[in-house]
Design a protein around this ligand. Sequence first.
Ligand code: UGA
Length: 435
Amino acid sequence: MKIAVIGVGHVGLVTAATLARVGHEVVGLDDDQAKMQLLRDGKAPFFEPGLQELLDQVLRQRSLTFTDDPSEAIRGAEVAFICVGTPSRPDGEANLIAVEKAAESAGRAAASDLVIVQKSTVPVHTGDRLAGMLAKISDHKFFLVSNPEFLREGSAVPDSLEPERILVGSDDPFGHEVMRKVYSHWIDRGARYFATDLRTAELAKHACNAFLATKISFINGVARICEASGADVVSIAEIMGSDPRIGDAFLNAGLGYGGYCFPKDVAAFKAQASTLGVDFGLLGEVMRINAAALDATFQKIKDAVWNLEGKKIALLGLSFKAGTDDVRESPSLYLAQKLMAAGAQVTGYDPQANEEAAKALPGLMTALDPYEAAEGADCLVIGTEWQEFAELDLVRLKGILNRPVIVDARNLLHAPSVAEAGFTYLPTGRPALNL
Ligand code: UGA
């Protein structure tokens, strides 16, 4: 099948490459010229494990091509996927202008009937709004489909090649029929496939992300109680997680959730509920606890070094989570900003995100490795859970830090080893050592 993918960011590019990999003829469309140039040169425009290799393969097979011309992308396509951004407005509501524009450009470029698939995370009724808009601008018939994406940054390629579920919502039997063809590779291999109406699929994605964020805030709330009482949140998460009804995923206490998805999706789901006349107050608490997790770490660093003015803080990890160079809504970067605003001098190090972080936070210094960042620092903070930080040479670190203090905002290090090496160790929701 010929498929157009509009918007080749994290979701769009991985989706395009995956669909090309299973035999579809895919054209990626984007108006970001710099990104398109990189892609035409065969280079992934962002770091995502396995993506470059996948791109090499589908570009070699010519099953994936790129264009910035909507007519070229849509010509002959049976399906157009919309994978553009849906950022937050100041009131939390999702800004859908990019979605509207993408659908409009597909609608205007279409020379025949077209299935339009919404992959970006959008509020319920977006499909209905798009259908109404498209009916006004073209005489062709458009079949609206909601096909939310569940891939995670850092494991987007395997998540996409072997999805744990596929969700397709449409009010039109033809929309469902075409999507079964799009996903036949996975359906034939027994993937879990949910076919619903349009609104159910749209809401399900927001419900999934909001629930995962709620789990994170729940455990961060427990972490605060642990800190006030001397209990250990890591053991509590393990005990909770051993109950299959709770499950052990997404119970890592830390700096709170970040990234391009959870913060905007929780806010958008809450705003959406309120527009529909439903007070989903729980989500307000989820956001409040998330902000409190960051504040708690800031306070811990402040207590540890006393006056922050002029103090040097080494911050290990700048991306919003390990495995990505994405610093959008990165809790670690927000922490750096807060520390800098309080007068501290922050030197960060990230295995992938140094460049992006320096661009996003002017004034942030970055180091070439963790030891360079730690040189002369008054406190070392683990801000993102990159595995390589768990393997640091503690003796070497102790020799170069100005004061042997480690704030572990991700509970990454092996507490007894850090204490044994003579550090004051301040983890999250666990008892401090060598205070
Ligand atoms: C998330 C969802 O997990 C995907 O299923 C979804 O497709 C995607 O959003 C999306 O809507 O596009 P992602 O944003 O890549 O994926 O990252 P996650 O792995 O979910 O992590 C989100 C944040 O929660 C990170 O800041 C992470 O550090 C934090 N987190 C995660 C915790 O603080 N504790 C945990 O136990 C788990």
